[in-house]
Design a protein around this ligand. Structure first.
Ligand code: ADP
Ligand code: MG
Length: 251
């Protein structure tokens, strides 16, 4: 992990973010949230509430219509910003693991450090093997993705996101595509990253996991963060009727 926050402020901050799609649909209306350093924020909300869109806006995969996003206090939604430089500081893992099938595990993990960051091969491989080892995947370094279980592939995708030493990790429903018996090993990795102080923003429908791992839970509804707070509060004593209704359906 690199560059400490200059002013001790949050690693990530969204200010009145508005996002519409071409058909005029407003997905994010007025979204504000802060993710402090070394903390985990869980985004919850019904399917279609905009969790993935929010993460994609943070990673600059989607342009926003209004508002601003700040990384370490600097506005990254400023049109003059170097988008690739921003993305290099943010690791992302999606629901589908998206590993390159024709590359080995080690090649998948070292691709971005070598190609995007210009890290020499030996150095990239050393760091990749260290990370793979930490996640119990050292023996798989030479294997192709189709030889791995879904849980192992998703763990490789996490290693790949970590290989560039990101400042912030975005995780979008990373267990949603997994067989139930493989969910635990992936969640264990997130737990481990939290213990190591990784700053994370994750979208999840695993309420039990959100409750356990998150420092802060944000409930997205109708394009806004309708309710946010520590998990004990949001899950234990939600103040909004809509949060109560959502939780009664999913928990
Ligand atoms: P969630 O991740 O919470 O399920 P999404 O962010 O995927 O929600 O979607 C929020 C809304 O935005 C949905 O109504 C979805 O159909 C719409 N949406 C997402 N991506 C696009 C897109 N590229 N073009 C048009 N509409 C989109
Ligand atoms: Mg989604």
């Amino acid at each position: 992990m690199t560059d400490p926050v200059p002013d001790g402020g949050p690693v990530l901050r969204l200010e009145a973010v508005r996002k519409t799609f071409g058909d005029g649909q407003v997905v994010l209306r007025d979204v504000g949230l802060s993710v402090p350093e070394h903390s985990v924020t869980a985004l919850i909300g019904a399917s279609g509430s905009g969790k993935s869109t929010l993460l994609r806006c943070v990673n600059l995969l989607e342009p926003i219509d209004d508002g601003a996003v700040f990384l370490d206090g600097a506005e990254i939604t400023d049109p003059r910003v170097d988008e690739d430089a921003v993305r290099r500081r943010i690791g992302v893992v999606f629901q589908a693991y998206n590993l390159f099938p024709h590359l080995t595990v080690l090649e998948n993990v070292t691709l971005a450090p070598r190609r995007v960051h210009g890290v020499p091969r030996a150095e990239a491989e050393e760091r990749a093997l260290e990370l793979l080892d930490r996640l119990g995947l050292a023996a798989k370094a030479g294997a192709y993705p189709d030889r791995l279980s879904g849980g192992q592939q998703q763990r490789v995708a996490i290693v790949r996101a970590l290989a560039t030493g990101p400042r912030l990790l975005l995780l979008d429903e990373i267990t949603a595509a997994l067989d139930p018996e493989l969910v635990g090993e992936v969640l264990a990795v997130v737990r481990d990253l939290k213990e190591r102080g990784m700053t994370m923003l994750l979208a999840t429908h695993e309420m039990g996991f959100a409750r356990e791992v998150a420092d802060q839970v944000c409930f997205l509804d109708g394009g806004v963060v309708l309710e946010q707070g520590p998990p004990e509060r949001v899950f234990g004593a939600p103040t909004e009727e809509r949060t109560r209704r959502f939780l009664s359906r999913v928990v």
